[in-house]
Design a protein around this ligand. Structure first.
Ligand code: NAD
Length: 355
């Protein structure tokens, strides 16, 4: 158990990752401060509303305190970090959608890049020794992974280059490819988080997420692939597949495994690190394979329509090479298989759709 003085500040605490991390750290004995302003509902409309999740945290975690704050409010961020001086900062708040960013470039950049800088600078001023974990994204690699030789299998694309047998490593270039505006704003933040680590010797790290998922996701068409797919399946709604024959591959990691990695980093932090955090090859699936997996638990065939044009810059095949994470943190591993995760998402949506 942690000492009473261990307090963690989590931005985006009502979101998928933030809420999971809040619960995880609370269960380890931390007092937890959450920052969220339900901006997800502004980005995605009522379907993206996260107030239910905020309420769940407030009701179930006695040492959780919600702070209604916009991370773009620089003075508000400085004041909060000065007041709390947390022993760790986990920054998950973001405009998280690739496709949405093009319509709201200022909101996207101000939230993703400038919001991150606000917290980094507040941390440097008031708690520079506290581990700072930033949820980055595999979109920092832009569409460069699409230049890797691929082979087409019956239900998925697969790498046809032995160098990527275990997936994409952190040494992969983030430069000179198409990122989407979202990917570009996340690159800006990612590099800034690394810089505060290297330049100021602060214990920062970037987690370049694949598909982070779990039963607490408020999945919408533009963000939250598995969660949204399962919801469509249960509601017998048509799912739109964009290009690549539906064989595009994603690696999926349960948010609990994300939270346990963040905790491992908190306990043994390093400076300016970068990790690719996904489900790895073992937890990867194509859209077509996800339909089948979901059917196994819901009993329903997926209705879908196929649009030949892929989403701009969308990865054809992406899974993370987990070798660096597991080398640096040998006590950590993936604990939830993909079928287990899909089953949890199905059961959770069945409950939520009833109420
Ligand atoms: N879920 C994924 O598949 C995935 C994949 C790769 C990277 N990531 C990254 O992980 C992080 C968390 O993703 P998530 O899936 O939990 O997203 P989410 O949208 O579920 O949660 C983000 C939370 O941040 C809040 N927020 C957004 N802007 C805010 C602002 N200006 N001020 C205060 N709060 C604000 C939202 O209301 C929301 O509750 C993001 O940085 C995202 O880019 C997610």
């Amino acid at each position: 158990m942690q000492s009473k003085k261990d307090s963690i500040l989590i931005t985006g605490s009502s979101g998928l990752i933030g809420s999971e991390v809040a619960t995880f750290f609370h269960n380890q004995g931390f007092s937890v401060h959450g920052v969220d302003n339900n901006q997800r509902a502004v980005f995605f409309g009522p379907q993206g509303d996260t107030r239910w999740s905020q309420q769940r945290l407030t009701d179930s975690l006695p040492n959780f305190r919600h702070h209604e704050l916009d991370i773009r409010d620089r003075q508000g961020v400085l004041d909060l970090v000065r007041e709390l001086r947390p022993t760790g900062i986990i920054h998950t708040a973001a405009q998280p959608s690739h496709d949405r960013a093009a319509a709201i470039p200022f909101d996207d950049f101000d939230t993703n890049a400038v919001g991150t800088l606000n917290f980094l600078e507040a941390a440097r001023q008031f708690c520079p020794e506290s581990p700072f974990v930033y949820m980055s994204t595999n979109k920092v690699y832009g569409d460069l992974p699409n230049s890797i030789a691929l082979k087409e299998l019956a239900t998925r694309w697969e790498y046809d280059d032995p160098a990527y047998r275990n997936g994409i490593p952190e040494s992969f270039s983030i430069d000179q490819s198409k990122h989407s505006l979202f990917g570009a704003s996340k690159v800006a933040a990612d590099v800034m988080v690394q810089e505060y680590g290297r330049y100021f010797d602060m214990p920062t790290c970037c987690l370049r997420g694949g598909c982070l998922t779990g039963p607490n996701h408020s999945g919408v068409e533009l963000h939250g692939f598995l969660s949204y797919l399962v919801k469509c399946n249960l509601e017998e709604r048509e799912y739109t597949v964009f290009g690549y024959q539906g064989k595009q591959v994603r690696d999926n990691i349960h948010s609990e495994d994300v939270a346990s990695f963040i905790h491992a980093f908190y306990q043994a932090p390093r400076c300016g690190e970068v990790y690719n955090l996904g489900g790895g090859k073992g937890n990867s699936c194509s859209v077509l394979e996800a339909f089948e997996l979901t059917r196994q638990f819901s009993g329903k065939e997926q209705r879908y329509r196929y649009v030949p044009e892929n989403r701009i810059g969308d990865h054809i095949c992406y899974y993370s090479d987990l070798a660096k994470m597991t080398a640096h943190y040998p006590g950590w591993s993936i604990t939830k298989s993909l079928p287990q995760t899909v089953e949890e998402i199905v059961r959770s949506w069945q409950q939520r759709l009833k109420s």
